[in-house]
Design a binder for this molecule. Structure first.
Ligand code: AMP
Length: 358
C-alpha cells in the first residue's frame, strides 16, 4: 500500500457507541491511538480511547478541532450529518468517504443505488403522502412495509401494512415524513455478508452469516452460514458490486433475504456491523481490525475463520447474567460498558465457538 499510517498515528472515530469501542480496542492492538467524537460524553468508546470530544454534530468548529488532531477519520454509524463529515474532511482524510454515507442514509436512494449496481431488491415505491401510499399499495399489494427514508434502525421507523391496517393511522404513526413502501419479501432466511475494501480496490470478504431477529433487533448470528457455493458466490458478487459502486474504503455489511436461493439485498451498512461480531473470536482478523487496516491503508487481513461461531446479543436485562456467562469456558464475553440496561438496548454479546463443518 502507498503511505500506510504507521503505528502511533491517531485515528478519529465519529460516534462513540459500542461499535466505536470495539474499533478503538482493535486500533489499539495495532498500535494506534483513537480519538472519539460524540455529542454524548463518556460513552462506551470514550472510555477506551486516548482522547474524547463531546460537542453537537452541528458544531463545525469542534468537529474541525477534533479532526485537526487526527491522521485519518472514520465513523461508526451512518446517521452522521453530511456537514459534520465535510467539516472533518477539511482537516484529515475521512474513510469511508461521503459517497458511502450519502448513498446509504436514505432508504430510497440506497435501494436505487443497489439496483444500479446490478443487485436485486424488493419492489418499492416512493411515498410522500397518503395518496402515494394508496398508489404504492395497489401496485405492491398487502402485506407491505412502510419505512421512513431516514433514521430507521433496529426495526424502528417502520410499519407493516396488513389487510386490516388503516392507512391514515399508519401514515400518522410514521410521522407523515418521506417514506418508502416495500413489497413484503417471503424470505426463508436472513443472511448477511461483511466485507472490507481497501483504497486500491482490493477486497476481503468474510463468509456469510445467518441471522435471526426478535422484535426487530438482531438476536443471533450463526457463521459460516450453511449455504451452497452458488449462494456464497452470489453474495460475494453482490459485496464486490456494492463495495466498488460506493468506492468504499473500510468495512461494510450487506443484509440479504434468501428467497428460494435468490439473494435480495435488504440494506447496506457502510460500517462494521452487528452480524460481523462473530469474527472477533472466530477469525484471526476481526471486522474491527479489518476496518482499521483499511482506514490506515494497511494490507487487509485474512477472513477465513478458524472456528464456526454463534453470536448472541445481550439485550437489556440479559446482561445481569454476566457472572454465569463469564464462568462458561466455551463462551467469549464482550460487554460494552453501558451503565443502564434499558429494554431493547444492546449491552454486550457472546460468541460461542464450534469446530468448523459441524
Ligand atoms: P430493516 O430495518 O430494513 O433492516 O428491517 C428490519 C427487519 O425487518 C429485517 O431484518 C427483516 O426481518 C424485516 N424486513 C425488513 N424489510 C422487509 C421486507 N421488505 N420484507 C420482509 N421483511 C422485511
Amino acid at each position: 500500500m502507498d503511505n500506510p499510517l504507521p503505528p502511533g498515528s491517531v485515528i478519529g472515530i465519529l460516534g462513540g457507541g459500542q461499535l466505536g469501542r470495539m474499533l478503538a480496542l482493535s486500533a489499539s492492538r495495532l498500535g494506534f491511538d483513537t480519538h472519539i467524537f460524540d455529542p454524548a460524553p463518556n460513552g462506551p468508546a470514550a472510555r477506551v480511547a486516548a482522547r474524547s470530544w463531546a460537542a453537537p454534530w452541528d458544531d463545525d468548529g469542534a468537529v474541525e478541532h477534533f479532526a485537526s488532531k487526527c491522521d485519518a477519520i472514520t465513523f461508526e454509524f451512518e446517521n452522521i450529518p453530511a456537514s459534520a463529515l465535510a467539516a472533518a474532511a477539511s482537516k484529515a482524510p475521512v474513510r469511508p468517504g461521503r459517497r458511502s454515507l450519502e448513498l446509504t442514509q436514505d432508504r430510497l436512494i440506497e435501494k436505487q443505488f443497489i439496483r444500479d449496481a446490478g443487485c436485486q431488491t424488493v419492489d418499492f415505491a416512493d411515498v410522500n403522502s397518503i395518496s402515494d401510499l394508496e398508489a404504492g399499495l395497489s401496485r405492491l399489494g398487502r402485506p407491505a412495509i412502510l419505512k421512513t427514508r431516514r433514521f430507521g434502525y433496529d426495526g424502528k421507523g417502520q410499519i407493516v401494512i396488513r389487510d386490516e391496517t388503516d392507512l391514515e393511522t399508519a401514515w400518522r404513526d410514521l410521522g407523515e415524513q418521506p417514506a418508502i413502501l416495500e413489497a413484503f419479501s417471503p424470505f426463508q432466511r436472513e443472511l448477511s455478508i461483511v466485507a472490507a475494501r481497501a483504497a486500491n480496490g482490493e477486497m476481503a470478504i468474510y463468509p456469510l452469516a445467518e441471522n435471526s431477529h426478535e422484535g426487530g433487533i438482531l438476536r443471533l448470528s450463526k457463521a459460516p452460514a450453511h449455504v451452497d457455493s452458488a449462494t456464497e458466490n452470489s453474495a460475494i458478487e453482490i459485496a464486490r458490486a456494492i463495495g466498488a459502486g460506493l468506492g468504499h474504503i473500510g468495512v461494510f455489511a450487506v443484509e440479504l433475504f434468501d428467497v428460494d436461493g435468490q439473494l435480495i439485498v435488504n440494506e447496506i451498512a457502510p460500517r462494521v456491523h452487528n452480524t460481523g461480531h462473530w469474527t472477533m473470536d472466530a477469525c484471526a482478523c476481526s471486522q474491527f481490525e479489518q476496518h482499521m487496516r483499511a482506514v490506515a491503508g494497511w494490507s487487509l487481513g485474512d477472513t477465513i475463520p478458524h472456528s464456526a461461531c454463534e453470536m448472541t446479543n445481550l439485550i437489556g436485562g440479559d446482561v445481569t447474567n454476566w457472572q454465569g456467562l463469564a464462568s462458561d469456558a466455551a463462551t467469549c464475553l464482550h460487554l460494552y460498558g453501558k451503565t443502564e440496561a434499558r429494554a431493547g438496548r444492546k449491552m454486550g454479546h457472546i460468541n460461542r465457538l464450534f469446530p468448523l463443518n459441524d
